[in-house]
Design a protein around this ligand. Structure first.
Ligand SMILES: *Cc1c(COP(=O)(O)O)cnc(C)c1O
Ligand code: SF4
Length: 461
């Protein structure tokens, strides 16, 4: 049984009024507040009441996922901020310290937010990213927040109100003209933040036009969301729950596939009656739920957690899809796992599940050339190497071609890897450089129509 719930958000100012938090020491609460001045903090009543195990604080993965920890800042950053409060600095002075630390953590230094943004008549189209041939990403302007905030999230800069860092569609919906003319594109992926924070009506204004004849080439509409985990009532008892489900049904009735790309980090998120019922209702509309998660230290860096999560997902009728390696999380060092360990965790979890869960691809890094997977660790000519390949690539011809990097126990990202066998670059490097150099104007794919893509990086690089 689940009972209707009314959404209640808790932010920085409400930390003292969260009843469950009162079992923490004053010191612990102070630490949360200090860090929550830097990283965006938001949690809701469902997460507090049903997902967090308050008898296992601070180690509980759902607590780590939503509540700040002292170690998410460097010692320096933390003590600067803590001292500012202890000494009762002026608001302005505290704000300057906040801005400083944020700029140290900022995953989107100037310019990056406009990367991969296509253009029409040389005008960038806000809220669109087009990196891979078949799929366009849309960031709806009213979907750039979430039902709770994940402590590791690389999109945090979007939530802290620094306006120039926001990246979202404008009112004109010019992106629709762009999609209309991109006949190679089959998939439109609404992302955020969380698009499911939008009202059903607002969401319909993004989805319904795509069901019209001029968008015939769009076969799949995807929605990237953590709402099933953080707020299943969106599909149960919210005012627009039924309207939302009817909208989902419309997509199937128009002959297209609606795919929910659901973000779950831990099996705990799949354990409530509310989430079971939400999944059941969504699936009843003909919508398919695929799941994805990054690997995050303190939350899911354990093969048993992944194996159980995938099994539970399959049992509930969801399809495991991506296992990501995360970067640019802001609190990077706190959450990062070395690449070799990411591979071990993925492999050990994969060993424990049946083929129905082995649809999950990874461990994958969304990097400059594309999505790079670690396929293995082996020895070739007595050199220990990572076996890599691209799952998605700027040039589709790069996909599935094995390549090799020197083994490195400490590496946590592609940029730290060096080619194996004494080679000086990876196979795609020259062409990538060429594509990026052309990037300010136009980008061409060797076997695709011309695509207008600006610059080089993806928001999740
Ligand atoms: C991951 C990703 C996609 C979708 O890739 P699929 O493998 O088709 O799921 C599209 N665009 C960007 C920028 C991505 O990072
Ligand atoms: S990971 Fe997703 S749900 Fe979590 S804060 Fe970031 S955008 Fe929101």
């Amino acid at each position: 049984m689940f009972f209707p719930k009314k959404l209640k958000f808790y932010g920085l100012r409400d930390i003292d009024s969260i009843p469950q938090l009162q079992r923490l020491s004053d010191e612990q609460k102070f630490e949360i507040k200090v860090v929550a001045h830097i990283l965006p903090f938001r949690v809701n009543n469902y997460v507090i009441e049903e997902l967090i195990d308050w008898n296992n604080i601070p180690d509980d993965p759902m607590f780590q996922l939503t509540f700040m920890q002292k170690e998410m800042l460097t010692e320096d950053q933390f003590s600067t901020m803590a001292d500012a409060f202890k000494h009762g600095y002026s608001k302005e002075k505290i704000q300057r310290i906040i801005d400083n630390i944020r700029s140290e953590l900022n995953p989107h230094p100037a310019g990056q937010m406009t990367l991969n943004v296509p253009r029409i008549n040389d005008e960038p189209i806000p809220g669109v990213q087009h990196k891979y041939k078949e799929t366009i990403l849309i960031f709806p302007s009213s979907g750039q927040t979430c039902h709770s905030y994940c402590t590791f999230c690389f999109r945090w800069a979007q939530f802290v109100g620094t306006n120039d860092l926001k990246f979202a569609t404008d009112e004109s919906k010019r992106f629709q003209d762009y999609i209309k003319n991109q006949k190679d594109v089959t998939d439109v992926l609404l992302t955020g933040g969380d698009p499911m924070i939008m009202s059903a009506r607002n969401l319909a204004s993004y989805i319904e036009p795509l069901l019209e004849p001029e968008f015939e080439h769009i076969q799949n509409i995807r929605i990237g969301t953590k709402s099933i985990s953080y707020w299943p009532y969106k599909y149960l008892t919210d005012k627009d729950a039924d309207e939302t489900l009817e909208l989902f049904e419309k997509v199937g009735n128009a002959g297209k596939h609606l795919a929910i790309m659901a973000h779950f980090n831990h099996w705990k998120e799949l354990s409530t009656e509310a989430v079971h019922e939400a999944i059941r209702r969504i699936k009843n509309t003909g919508t398919q739920i695929r799941t994805q998660s990054p690997l995050i230290k303190h939350i899911n860096d354990d093969p048993d957690v992944w194996a159980k999560m995938w099994k539970d997902q399959v049992k509930l009728g969801c399809i495991p899809y991506y296992f990501f390696i995360e970067r640019n999380t802001g609190a990077e060092e706190y959450f990062e796992v070395p690449l070799y360990r990411a591979y071990e965790i993925y492999k050990e979890a994969y060993e424990k599940v049946s083929g129905l869960s082995r649809t999950v691809r990874g461990p994958s890094m969304s990097a400059l050339p594309g999505k790079v997977a670690i396929d293995g660790i082996t020895e070739i000519n007595s050199e220990k190497v990572f076996v890599l390949s691209l799952l998605q690539a700027r040039n589709p011809e790069w996909v599935k071609k094995p390549f090799f990097a020197r083994f490195d126990e400490n590496a946590t990202w592609l940029s730290e890897l060096r080619p194996a066998f004494g080679e000086d670059k990876f196979f795609y490097q020259d062409e990538l450089n060429r594509l990026l150099a052309e990037g300010d104007g136009q980008m061409f794919f060797s076997n695709a129509d011309e695509m207008l893509i600006n610059e080089s990086l993806n928001a999740d690089d």
